[in-house]
Design a protein around this ligand. Structure first.
Ligand code: PLP
Length: 397
């Protein structure tokens, strides 16, 4: 008989009861170091006092009123995001896929309003992940995820990542824009070449295309900048954010320059829960922490420390790891053996890591991870690598 909770996930047999910083305790009292952050989402870790207080206080006042009314918490959060990014205006929703849907609709509508409704196609990239709704699945273009779900939403042309010739060849009379992750997360923690991002900006300007960035995973401080595209010194036209933006509370956003944002006039788009007082109280509390002086520098410093440690481990265990990739605190180890076995070996040491495409072990600790947590995590990973290397050696004999 099917379980009451729909079994669409392959869940590990662990149930957590509480957490503190980067640490989680199971209901049966075991302790784990969380280097997955609920898939790069619990940006402030677990049980963060400022975030949990903001949520509790707002919940006790008013949680939800609908977008029929003004929402001061949303106005404040939008103004702060505008102040710290390229964007002039922000739309709030509830998830990454929903943010990307909103971004796709905004891009098409802006092109249509500019008198070019025939330009509705998007160039997307191999290895991308944009979500599980029908349009974002089409943008993701992964055959495994699309199978059995009927006709694929029309209008997405996928080309190899980091390949400008392929991008230029794919541009046609029906192209609306380009949608890219500055760091592919699910696809295997693969950063875009900085020059590639700059070239995408240039080709969009050359052809009058709209540049859309999916910063659902790479944004909100994850790479040590508020948004990862800042590393390339360019700005997109529109951008999606989610995951870390609410620190674990469901919240998504579309940020856009005025020229594109204005396409979503009253009646064109909406969502019931989007940007409600509770979600935006969480978003504001997260920003309080991330925008505090020195915080993002700390993320960069911790990312460098962790990367150096990972590189040493990869050198010491070449039968387990092939290379280290990523940016800031979004790091990946390309595995030389099945990633799932390495992940299980980490769990046995008390370290929670997550997997990504391309046989990569993904490490995305909370942004509040401490230097001592990183040292402990690296020690656990080293012990996990020792057991894995022992196995590969035994298999070879
Ligand atoms: C996780 C993710 C999404 C989808 O977000 P959901 O909240 O699961 O809908 C979209 N894009 C990227 C880059 C992601 O990492």
């Amino acid at each position: 008989m099917i379980s009451a909770l729909l079994p669409n996930y392959a869940r590990a047999d662990l149930a957590f009861e509480r957490g503190e910083g980067a640490w989680l305790w199971t209901v049966d009292g075991r302790r784990f170091l969380d280097f997955g952050s609920g898939i790069a989402t619990a940006s402030l870790g677990h049980g963060h006092p400022h975030l949990s207080k903001a949520i509790a206080e707002q919940a006790a006042k008013v949680m939800h009123v609908s977008n029929l009314y003004r929402i001061p918490q949303a106005e404040k959060l939008a103004a702060r995001l505008v102040e710290h990014t390229f964007a002039d205006s922000v739309f709030f929703c509830n998830s990454g896929a929903e943010a990307n849907e909103g971004m796709i609709k905004m891009m098409r509508r802006a092109m249509s309003d500019a008198g070019k409704p025939e330009r509705f196609r998007f160039i997307t990239f191999e290895g991308a992940f944009h979500g599980r709704t029908l349009a974002t699945l089409a943008a993701t273009g992964n055959a495994k995820y699309l199978e059995g779900f009927g006709p694929v939403v029309e209008g997405f042309d996928q080309v190899p990542f980091n390949n400008m010739n392929a991008v230029r060849n794919a541009i046609g009379a029906a192209t609306c824009g380009i949608i890219v992750e500055p760091v592919q997360g699910e696809g295997g923690v693969r950063p875009a070449d900085m020059q590639f991002l700059r070239d995408l900006r240039a080709v969009c300007d050359e052809y009058g295309l709209i540049l859309g960035m999916d910063e659902v995973q790479s944004g909100m401080g994850r790479t040590g900048k508020l948004f990862a595209h800042e590393w390339a010194g360019i700005t997109p036209d529109v951008m999606s954010a989610a995951k870390g933006i609410g620190g674990g509370f469901p919240l998504g956003a579309v940020l856009a320059k005025e020229q594109f944002a204005k396409a979503l006039k009253p009646g064109t788009h909406g969502t019931t829960f989007g940007g409600n007082p509770l979600a935006c109280a969480a978003g504001n509390a997260v920003l309080d922490v991330i925008l505090a002086p020195g915080f993002l520098d700390g993320v960069q410093r911790k990312g460098e420390k962790m990367r150096a440690g990972l590189e040493q481990i990869a050198r010491d265990f070449p039968t387990v790891f092939e290379d280290v990739r990523g940016l800031g605190l979004l790091l990946g180890l390309k595995c030389a053996m099945p990633q799932g076995e390495v992940q299980a070996a980490c769990a046995a040491q008390g370290l929670m890591a997550i997997t990504a495409g391309d046989n990569v072990l993904r490490l995305a600790p909370p942004l509040v991870v401490t230097e001592s947590d990183i040292e402990q995590g690296l020690a656990m990973l080293r012990r996990a690598a020792e057991t894995c290397a022992g196995k590969t050696q035994a298999a070879a004999q």
